[in-house]
Design a protein around this ligand. Structure first.
Ligand SMILES: O=P(O)(O)OC[C@H]1O[C@](O)(CO)[C@@H](O)[C@@H]1O
Length: 535
């Protein structure tokens, strides 16, 4: 299936991205696509019309249309766990019924959303209060998919906050909770525990410690706690009554769960109406993904460009570079979405995956990254395809000049990565500075930029709730398309289990309750060292 693309790749040897713009003045338009809110430019890559056609042919080879219909239609596409993957139903605001094993799930989705709206209104208007009066702060405890989405989106939508202050605690490192609690009043703080299973050790440890803190400080955990979980009975056993437990079905995967109850902390921060705008953005992207031709379809084009770079060109990583400070947590969010979904070496049918799985995703907001790792992006020996994100305007009209600088830097980086600087140009620069001979040659070589480094750019008018919804749904569908083409089940995550099991049996050894008999030498020595220096 990849032979033709490998052959096309061989034919790109020696070709320059920048040269393609000279050959085809319409290239930027021909190699971009858009929705009503997002524009994707993938023209700064070596993808040409025949490569694109071969990539698009992959979609039909793997029956992407059939798989897409199966996912939206509630089929058990998560075959290893025998579950549907129906996060799209959570944003199906104006759509028809969605059947899972013959049952329409939409009434349940609608009543779940209505409960979230009622609850968040009550918390925001003071109907629900703490022992010390109206709630000023909400701590949401969760980890992975029960944290990254809402934490990322809460930061992204900061200009829309008009509710209590939101704080997220995820790490089992007591420092995370301790630093968050500093300065908070236990009598006016609400604690929400988000855990699909209600057994995740990090979340439960933090939840118990937060409850102790509240009790010690005169707060009332019996009225100031809520839970978001599929395991209502466990939340009840923790002491949270059913009217404050928000459940959801097992067809919502953790990393796809921001659209439903797991998004409740975001709804508390920005209000139910703004949250619905966010859902509408996701819904608009679903409609685009379902109807746009492959060559105009943003999630498909993002997936195909990604597969071209990772699977065909062999670039092992991809940098996500939001030139948008409020998307600072997007790379971390995408690390879970993409790497937990597609970081696998076994295909859906149990056979060994041929070739590379999904790439390593990393990144930081611009312009900060420029002053850190962009050196490697421009001159390192590994090529790292870059994904730039930029808004046409910020939320601070009085600082429009900041935004112009931000945009200039974003566009400058993708252009510089593509253009590079030749040895002759570097020599001329050194000569102009009065340098000569061997020293000129040596200095010039350090200033050469190979260029021809690919990037794509996503641009949008402004980071609004609707745009954010489109963006997140775009990435979800991109992961789905990549997974289908690679033959991976993007909806399970068995790779996280082994480490958890080992941690469970190391904990009593570190506490001194069990001996380390049978441990490997390295782990045993580390245990000894930590115990020797521990309290
Ligand atoms: O919501 P839970 O059950 O606490 O799980 C949290 C996270 O842990 C994981 O299972 C990975 O460790 C994720 O898939 C999930 O989002």
């Amino acid at each position: 299936m990849w032979q033709e693309l490998k052959a096309l790749h061989d034919r790109t040897q020696g070709r320059r991205i920048v040269g393609q713009f000279k050959e085809d003045p319409e290239r930027a338009a021909r190699f971009s696509a858009q929705t009503d809110a997002l524009r994707l430019d993938y023209s700064k890559t070596l993808i040409d019309a025949s490569i694109r056609a071969a990539l698009i042919a992959l979609c039909d080879r793997v029956d992407l249309a059939g798989r897409r219909a199966a996912m939206f239609g509630g089929a058990l596409v998560n075959e290893t766990e025998h579950r549907a993957a129906l996060h799209t139903a959570l944003r199906n605001l104006d759509g028809g019924p969605v059947l899972v094993e013959g049952q329409d799930v939409m009434p349940q989705v609608r009543s779940g959303l209505a409960r979230m709206q009622d609850f968040s209104r009550a918390l925001r208007d003071g109907t629900l209060s703490g022992s010390g009066g109206a709630i000023t702060d909400v701590i949401s405890i969760g980890i992975g998919g029960s944290d990254l989405g809402p934490a990322m989106a809460t930061l992204a939508l900061a200009p829309y906050h008009d509710g209590p202050r939101l704080h997220y605690v995820s790490n089992v490192d007591g420092a995370h909770l301790a630093d968050t609690l500093k300065g908070l009043d236990p009598k006016t703080t609400w604690v929400n525990v988000s855990s699909k299973t209600f057994t995740t050790v990090e979340t439960m440890t933090n939840a118990h410690s937060a409850r102790d803190w509240m009790q010690r400080g005169g707060g009332d955990p019996a009225r100031q706690f809520s839970a978001i979980s599929c395991a209502g009975a466990l939340a009840g056993a923790f002491g949270i009554p059913p009217e404050r437990v928000f459940g959801f079905a097992d067809w919502v995967g953790g990393r796809y769960s921001i659209w439903g109850p797991i998004g409740l902390p975001l709804m508390i921060a920005v209000g139910p109406d703004t949250f619905v705008e966010f859902l509408r953005g996701g819904q608009a992207m679903d409609a685009h993904f379902r109807t746009a031709a492959w060559g105009e379809n943003l999630p498909v084009l993002m997936a195909l460009t990604g597969l071209w770079h990772s699977r065909v060109c062999g670039f092992p990583t991809r940098a996500v570079l939001p030139y948008d400070q409020r998307l600072a947590r997007l790379p971390a969010y995408l690390q879970q979405l993409e790497m937990e979904s597609n970081g696998k070496s076994v295909a859906m049918d149990g056979s060994a995956l041929e070739g590379r799985s999904g790439p390593i995703v990393w990144g930081e907001p611009g312009t900060n990254g420029q002053h850190a790792f962009f050196q490697l992006l421009h001159q390192g020996t590994d090529v790292v395809p870059c994904e730039f994100l930029i808004a046409a305007r910020g939320h601070e009209p009085e600082m429009a000049h900041h935004h112009r600088l931000l945009m200039a830097n974003c566009l400058a980086q993708s252009k510089a990565l593509m253009l590079g600087r030749s040895l002759d140009q570097a020599r001329a620069m050194m000569e102009a500075q009065g340098m000569q001979g061997a020293e000129l040659e040596r200095q010039a070589r350090h200033r050469v930029f190979e260029g021809n480094r690919p990037s794509v750019t996503l641009s949008y008018p402004q980071l609004t709730p609707f745009v954010l919804g489109q963006l997140i749904a775009l990435y979800e569908h991109r992961v789905f398309v990549e997974g289908v083409i690679l033959g991976i089940n993007s909806f399970d995550q068995f790779g996280v289990e082994l480490g958890k099991e080992v941690a469970t049996w190391l904990t009593p050894i570190l506490a001194g309750d069990e001996t380390g008999e049978g441990l490997d030498g390295s782990t045993l020595a580390l245990v000894d060292h930590l115990r020797q220096h521990g309290g």
